[in-house]
Design a protein around this ligand. Structure first.
Ligand SMILES: NC(=O)c1ccc[n+]([C@@H]2O[C@H](COP(=O)([O-])OP(=O)(O)OC[C@H]3O[C@@H](n4cnc5c(N)ncnc54)[C@H](O)[C@@H]3O)[C@@H](O)[C@H]2O)c1
Length: 284
């Protein structure tokens, strides 16, 4: 039975996952090497709880209980000691994650499941430095984790059925909708999402239609809540470019990034975060 979840990394994703864990009844510890990030995570979790109560989505007692369930720990070893499930959400750097998992493997109890929130790195490669490869898995949340329903559970070569089942149960207890995907580049979500995004950019390059009309084709014709170019602006063109390069190197040239994407990234047009991508974001 999973009771305690330790989240490693308290950035954009880590703090959201920690909120979700606490509000779902898990004892939650958030760890980060950066004290300022831990402080910001605490403020963000408090704010989500407060807004939840204001909007009537969370009752005041549950919010108080959730607040009491979260601890913020700067010491890695004590953050890991009592964990039943570790969810890693540190930057997308293979060696950094591998190093952290090697330590988690050392400090955690026998039964503890180690999970990564990676959006692209192979789960089997992340598990290279750990002994417990049967209890190693991908648990890919989406941004922001408390609003996005999907959890992509990624199984490595050695992940056991029991680990998949226990991880699925956690996702369900968090009121998320899990899918199970075999470890392969881009998993299911990034592989399909990036495919549509890249084709939309090629269509823009070819002058097929304006960015607005390409997006409308998917929004109104296919019921996508947001068109692929607007979504690329939100994700960040640089982030999309690096995923496309990784997919091209692993799955083949069909993922080769379009020239327009490379040009926009080199011009610093990264989407919402820089104010300019396929759209201008000055007033939003
Ligand atoms: N941002 C997204 O939309 C998104 C969506 C899904 C998955 N992801 C994945 O989630 C992971 C985290 O992404 P993010 O956007 O939250 O990153 P982020 O940069 O916002 O946060 C990373 C945090 O990890 C901390 N950190 C760095 N080294 C550490 C260490 N050794 N030990 C503990 N903490 C450490 C940093 O201080 C920072 O607070 C990445 O693997 C990313 O690919 C991101």
């Amino acid at each position: 039975m999973i009771r305690q979840i330790t989240v490693l990394g308290s950035g954009t994703m880590g703090r959201g996952i920690a909120y979700l864990a606490a509000i779902s009844g898990f004892d939650t510890i958030v760890h980060d090497v950066d004290g300022a990030s831990l402080d910001a995570a605490k403020a963000s979790i408090e704010s989500l709880l407060r807004k939840g109560v204001e909007n009537g989505k969370v009752d005041a007692v549950s919010a108080d209980e959730a607040r009491d369930r979260v601890e913020y720990g700067a010491d890695l070893e004590s953050a890991l000691r009592g964990a039943d499930l570790v969810i890693e959400a540190v930057p997308e750097v293979l060696e950094l994650k591998q190093e952290l998992f090697a330590q988690a493997d050392l400090f955690c109890g026998e039964e503890t499941i180690l999970a990564s929130n990676t959006s692209s790195i192979s789960i089997s490669r992340l598990a290279e430095n750990v002994e417990r490869r049967d209890r190693f898995i991908g648990m890919h949340f989406f941004n922001p984790p408390h609003r996005m329903k999907l959890v992509e559970i990624v199984t490595g070569h050695r992940t056991s059925e029991d680990t998949v089942e226990r991880t699925r149960e956690v996702a369900l207890r968090m009121s998320r909708e899990p899918i199970v995907v075999r470890d392969s580049p881009g998993f299911a979500s990034s592989r399909l999402g990036v495919t549509i995004g890249l084709e939309a950019i090629r269509m823009l390059e070819d002058g097929v239609a304006s960015a607005e009309d390409i997006d409308r084709a998917m929004e109104l014709g296919y019921n996508h809540p947001m068109g692929p170019l607007r979504l690329t602006d939100l994700v960040g063109l640089d982030v999309r470019l690096s995923i496309a390069e990784y997919l091209a190197s692993t799955l083949g040239p069909r993922f080769e990034p379009p020239a327009l994407l490379r040009a926009m990234v080199s011009e610093g047009k990264l989407g919402r975060k820089t104010g300019q991508g396929f759209y201008r974001w000055d007033n939003e």
